[in-house]
Design a protein around this ligand. Structure first.
Ligand code: NI
Length: 259
């Protein structure tokens, strides 16, 4: 069985001493491809550099909504420059985070920079990986007005079933990770159950949000199999099926092949 961890951050300092072993561990259980996402210009450069070093490692570049303080008129140019690297498969993670940002002016600024980065994705014909927390209404509104001719995923999905249905109708995928396996996973199992196969991606968001049975520990790409197992259990499918369609979905969205 083959899996793709479609969202992680192996450039994080938590992997500085054992990055190679961590990726080996993942490959040994079938997670032979991963996508690392940047959240600042600096970390975006770092994930591109990492991707160039490892077979099976890809990169997404962009500025996260909590990191927009330094976003200036040169930032878009820098993202475009980084995205020219052939290991870059997405613009992300970009989006809105109202959980951490309560100031309405700054929320407007997040929206502006989100839209600006959506425009980069459109220009470069790259898919988008969206971070969205407690900003469901505005995120949906922006995707409706500014998301034409774009494709992508709502990573670490945390919205409602109704919103998920709207997103699926518009062609946007939903990414599931550790929280799906938590006892307090709320409505996530219901959403996973209702999702069309072709709209499901699996991810870890390593080093954060480790799934059960490793909840609370450092997360790593090999644990994406625990997310896939949970999806199989909820949907009454085999792990093989989940591995196959989630891999196909990731290959199709991000246009990645076995290297
Ligand atoms: Ni992330």
């Amino acid at each position: 069985m083959k899996f793709i961890d479609t969202h992680c951050h192996l450039n994080d300092e938590k992997f500085s001493v054992d990055l190679i072993e961590t990726f080996e561990r993942a490959k040994n259980i079938g997670v032979n491809r991963i996508i690392n996402f940047g959240d600042t210009l600096k970390s975006s450069a770092a994930v591109v550099e990492l991707a160039e070093k490892f077979v099976g490692m890809f990169a997404g570049v962009g500025v996260h909504p909590e990191e927009i303080a330094d976003f200036d008129k040169n930032s878009a140019e820098k993202i475009i420059e980084l995205a020219k690297n052939k290991k870059v498969v997405a613009i992300g993670e970009i989006g809105l985070d109202y959980y951490w940002e309560k100031d309405s002016e700054k929320r407007l600024q997040q929206q502006k920079i989100f839209i600006e980065q959506l425009e980069i994705a459109r220009q470069l014909n790259l898919p988008v990986c969206i971070h969205e927390r407690e900003a469901h209404g505005d995120a949906l509104k922006i995707l409706k007005s500014e998301g034409k001719n774009l494709r992508g995923v709502m990573h670490c999905y945390s919205g409602s079933l109704e919103m998920a249905r709207e997103l699926w109708k518009m062609g946007w995928l939903t990414g599931f990770d550790g929280p799906l396996t938590f006892k307090n996973s709320a409505k996530l199992p219901e959403i996973v159950k209702a999702a069309p196969r072709e709209m499901i991606l699996i991810e870890t968001d390593s080093p954060y949000l480790a799934p059960v049975p490793n909840r609370g520990k450092r997360n790593e790409p090999s644990f994406v199999v625990d997310v896939a197992k949970k999806i199989a259990e909820i949907r009454n499918e085999t792990l093989e099926e989940v591995a196959q369609y989630t891999t196909e979905n990731a290959e199709r969205l991000y246009n990645i092949k076995e290297e």
